[in-house]
Design a protein around this ligand. Structure first.
Ligand SMILES: [Cu+2]
Length: 238
């Protein structure tokens, strides 16, 4: 089956990806020192609502070792979750809903979209809310001079820079499929997220191919991680 071939490739890619994770270390150097405490509690809260006990406890113990940017979010997440239960990430991607909200954050762990993957129905709307720092959300779409990591024929979007806390940007998704998007100032720090629209066939998504060769390793690693999460949400796991 072509399925097996695809998945084997992905697994190999995953391994290569973790080896390259070191390239991400230090990307948080732009983190604002004063925000460290807030960010720490945010990160803790985020862990709290996942699937209960275990992760929360040791996370608390570790708190405070990461203000200098040495802490690598990507490594931590893929490390402990992959082994636990086959779930690629602490976020659970549910069934499609009509609307979803994504926060844009700057923390001492780096800059990121939260949650990393959201899911809406066809015709559903995602609202991006700038919570801290200055960010943008833009589709990996040729209209944005990017490789196409959205469904064929899908509309593009680009919010431009949102600098005020509480600023929002909405996009309505009319084409079913998997979309990857990025924050222009922080793409190379791994600030990349995904939207799953409807019930797409995972085998038929440009976004879920191998990450584009043209991108730096840090970006490719993040996209590979998102691909795993999206595949899992779509039941494409082996
Ligand atoms: Cu950003």
């Amino acid at each position: 089956m072509p399925t097996n071939k695809l998945c084997t490739r992905r697994r190999v890619l995953g391994v290569a990806g973790s080896a390259a994770v070191a390239g991400l270390a230090g990307c948080t150097g732009s983190g604002v020192g004063g925000a460290a405490e807030d960010a720490e509690s945010t990160a803790t809260a985020e862990e709290d609502h996942q699937d209960g006990g275990t992760a929360t406890e040791h996370h608390d113990d570790e708190g405070g070792h990461n203000e200098e940017g040495g802490h690598d979010e990507t490594e931590t997440e893929s490390g402990h979750h992959d082994e636990e239960d086959g779930h690629g990430h602490d976020e659970t991607v549910g069934e499609p809903t009509e609307t979803a909200e994504v926060a844009m954050l700057s923390t001492d762990d780096g800059e990121h979209f939260e949650p990393h993957v959201v899911r809406v129905t066809v015709g559903g709307t995602v609202t991006f809310v700038n919570e801290s720092g200055s960010h943008s959300t833009a589709a990996y779409h040729p209209d944005n001079d990017q490789p196409q990591l959205v469904p064929d024929g899908a509309a593009s979007w680009d919010s431009g820079l949102l600098s005020e806390s509480g600023a929002t940007f909405e996009h309505t998704f009319e084409t079913e499929g998997v979309y990857h998007y990025y924050c222009a100032p922080h793409e190379t720090m791994g600030m990349i997220g995904s939207v799953i629209v409807g019930e797409p066939d995972a085998h038929d998504q440009p976004a879920l191919e191998d990450p584009p060769e043209s991108k730096p390793e840090a970006v490719r690693t993040k996209i590979a991680e998102l691909n795993e999460m999206c595949n899992e949400a779509l039941g494409h796991t082996h």
